[in-house]
Design a protein. Sequence first.
Length: 548
Amino acid sequence: MIRFSVFDDAGPARSFALRHAHLVGKEELAVAGTIDFADGLITCKKHSTDAAGLALQIEAGPTGRLTLQTCLLPDRPDPYLLDLELARHRIMLLLNKIEEWAWSDLAADHPVMLGFEKARALFTQSLIAPRGRTGAWTPEQATLARQSLILGIETGERLSLLEAERSLAERLTSPPKAETEASTIDVDLTDLPAEEPARPLLGCTVHTDQFAEPLQKIVSRHFDLLSVPLRWAELEKDEGQHSFAPTDRWVEWAVRTAKIPVAGGPLIDFSARALPKWLYIWENDYKTLRELTYEHLKTVVTRYRRAISRWIVASGLNVNSEISLRIEEMIDLTRLAVLTVRKLQPTATVIIEINQPWGEHVTHLDRSIAPLLYATLVKEQGIAFDGLSLRIQMGDTESGRSTRDLMALSAVLDTFASLEKPIHVTALGAPSAALKPAPAAAPAGKHNGPPPEWCADPGYWRQPWSATQQAEWLTQAVSIAMSKPLVQSVCWQALFDSDVSPEMRFGGLISSKGEAKPSLKRIGDVAASLRSRASPTTLPPVEAEARA
């Protein structure tokens, strides 16, 4: 058991909201346990004796309302100081990334190094400050530690953007890698045009309830890739009765008119949004569930195999939020999806999607497994997939979408890069307005997710979410994602706000009234920067651009 002292302005906190609170173990894997607050103390009870850290949402001053975490801590009878341990983790992360990203040669007067040293000095002051009479932590120590934490977050974001600018510049200007094997065909290449440097594709997702010429023009002008959702619940609302017409028109337009590649999927997604209601009756009959899944895979892939070049074959099977699966069943369904697409379309790019990449669902969902562990198991089983995709969505009230800082975003991409597979960010997004929880509705099937208050407040980055803040976050998030060497594509989560089946309320680039948001212009500026081989990090702040 580990405990944390929490203070407010009056001393030991009398109340503290445990929003997005979960335990983290080795290799950033979320672990099961219970977390409670009473009498100024957070108490974490783990299901094992291994060291663990605590992640939870914190008011972090000018950096926003963010989900942060501590280092791994051993059990001990005395409580830790929450602010101090959050600051310790941030300083450790900063130090690790300075080394990992090769920024150790920065001048001592560089803002990153100045911020790092000041954050470390504040941390030390908090650590050695006089304790209370009984050796208890004091509000003064908590205040110093909170200052260290905030400065550490600000410095980490500055370092993340510095690294993104350097890495993206290298990606945009470096020539394509030479072939490692000599060609056996004698061809005169002198008349061929020079190859463009390889760069990540910029895409967006379109919902199939709208299809209009102005939307098509926007896609053609700004994007290299079109992502079309293939939710089972929409394609086969009633068992055996398929409806493909809304999807057909976007896929056909992209291939025949826009001539841009199409990413389709997820083909299997057992989340509440994507699961047809009639499938719940087979929750406890895996054999039938598997057969129905295979028939669905075969039907959809056969229809679109001449048009869709890349498939997101499975998404979030490890989350276990609706239909509960055993680990071996998760792996089996993943293998089934990959093999079915391989058989029907051998040349397709096959991608496995990770939903909720930080893995906090493990704390409150039975038999849920951490996303990195799931991806590792899939790879070790020899399943021949071509890449991983991540859904990085923040500021939403749905589980797994709490707001994190830019260094956390950069770090999670680095974590999945350790699997040495190409990465696609298939849903990058944040809202253009602060979100309040939607009225709770009774789920169609089994649902053992977190209580509503657990994820009621999704937090915000720097300032409460607004149209301007969405555009500013978009700039930084796209830049960081595209700077990673293994990232091959980045898709914004929605072109427009949809009232029919929203991916995220207010998460599109165009409002439901058809009005362009600042993020639409900004993503156009980002696309233009990439095509001119410039880093989007050099774009002016959105507010300054609006005033100009």
